[in-house]
Write a protein that binds this ligand. Structure first.
Ligand code: OSB
Ligand code: MG
Length: 368
């Protein structure tokens, strides 16, 4: 493919309900879509991070500069562009996995559309629908939390994840277990809110039969997570600390985690995400697909990835209505607790022009 144009479309879409985590509260999905035009097809992707670097070091305005000044010029200089050529072309640029993922994914979408191949087929999917979990934010009270969990279970979600932080952990978990029973697949996500000094406190969660505790300690401290795992029965799952297949291999070897959250953006794109899956799967370590409150443009490719054989736990791949009253694409609808894996070529979906126009804050060409 020859790259003809790369465009940033900045969008802001209100969330149906504020989403509070240990690192902050989100009320709007505010990010950019990347739109690439090649000589054979067009492609779309979504930048996964937020305007502020609270979940990870990348952020919307910074990613735009990184793409414009460092990533797009290197890829454009290839002449003949393929998705597989993106990572090697930008390898000398340190970090910025989420920005790299946006560029690789838009080009992969265009490339697969050229061949008429769905992303799920390309990645090696073995399912045509995937079970949907839901990530439930920190609430002002336990009754409010129980109401939300009850509603999600009534909608059909097959697994509940509770966001936790010091002061909101054992009590909400106990309340959900008391109300909905021991059979409910339940897990928690701390987003780095604890330290090893909290190990004895976190051991209290062992009583509740959780599937996992996600990223309890500081980002990238694999040693501390390994020490914590030795003291917990609850499996530790890493999110923020894993950036590629090689650190995933190291984390598994060290005993820093027994479960892996695969977020394609966090590891630089779907090609590396598949390698993370392969490494974990080869070690018998279950993986599941994380989420970043994506619009349909980011959700569609995550559903393709989640259909790979090693994704044996439900992901944070919820229906569009869990996030947005109106999405920027045709919505993904929960059916019997599952979402369908897209079957059209590429990521299998594109923005609805009218919705895109209303949610767009601005457009800029990075390359033309
Ligand atoms: O840590 O998994 C996380 C949302 C934004 C940033 C980080 C995380 C999350 C979620 C929600 O937990 C996942 C989703 O429903 O998209
Ligand atoms: Mg997480």
């Amino acid at each position: 493919m020859k790259l003809e144009r790369v465009e940033i479309v900045h969008v802001a879409i209100p969330l149906v309900t504020p989403f509070r985590t240990s690192f902050g509260t989100m009320t709007t999905k505010d990010t950019f879509l990347l739109h690439v035009v090649t000589d054979s097809a067009e492609g779309w992707s979504e930048f996964a991070a937020d305007p502020e670097p609270l979940y990870c070091s990348e952020f919307v305005a910074g990613a735009e500069i990184v793409l414009r000044d460092f990533l797009v010029p290197r890829v454009a200089a290839l002449g003949e562009v393929t998705a597989a050529a993106v990572a090697p072309a930008v390898a000398k640029i340190k970090g910025h996995e989420l920005a790299k993922a946006a560029l690789e994914t838009a080009l992969l979408d265009a490339e697969l559309r050229t061949y008429g191949m769905p992303l799920a087929v390309y990645l090696g999917a073995v399912r045509d629908r995937v079970p949907a979990g839901v990530s439930v934010g920190i609430k002002n009270s336990v009754p409010e939390l129980l109401d939300d969990v009850e509603r999600y279970l009534a909608e059909g979600y097959v697994r509940i994840k509770l966001k936790i932080e010091p002061g909101w952990d054992v009590e909400p978990v106990r309340a959900v277990r008391d109300r909905f029973g021991d059979a409910l697949p339940l897990q928690v996500d701390a987003n780095t809110a604890y330290t090893l000094a909290d190990a004895e406190h976190l051991r209290r969660l062992d009583d509740f039969g959780l599937l996992l505790i996600e990223e309890p300690l500081e980002e990238n401290n694999l040693h501390a997570h390994a020490q914590l795992q030795q003291r917990l029965r609850t499996p530790v799952c890493l999110d923020e600390s894993l950036h590629h297949a090689s650190d995933t291999a190291a984390a598994i070897a060290m005993g820093a985690c027994r479960v892996v959250n695969v977020k394609p953006a966090r590891v630089g794109g779907y090609l590396e995400a598949r390698r993370v899956h392969d490494v974990a799967h080869a070690h018998g370590v279950p993986v599941w697909c994380g989420g970043m409150l994506e619009t349909g443009i980011g959700r569609a490719p995550n559903l393709a990835l989640a259909a790979l054989p090693g994704f044996t736990l439900p992901g944070d791949t919820s229906a569009s209505a869990r996030y947005f009253a109106e999405d920027i694409t045709e919505p993904f609808v929960l059916q019997d607790g599952h979402l369908p894996v897209p079957t059209a070529p590429g990521i299998g979906i594109e923005p609805l022009p009218e919705a895109l126009r209303r949610f767009t804050l601005g457009r800029r060409d990075l390359y033309a």
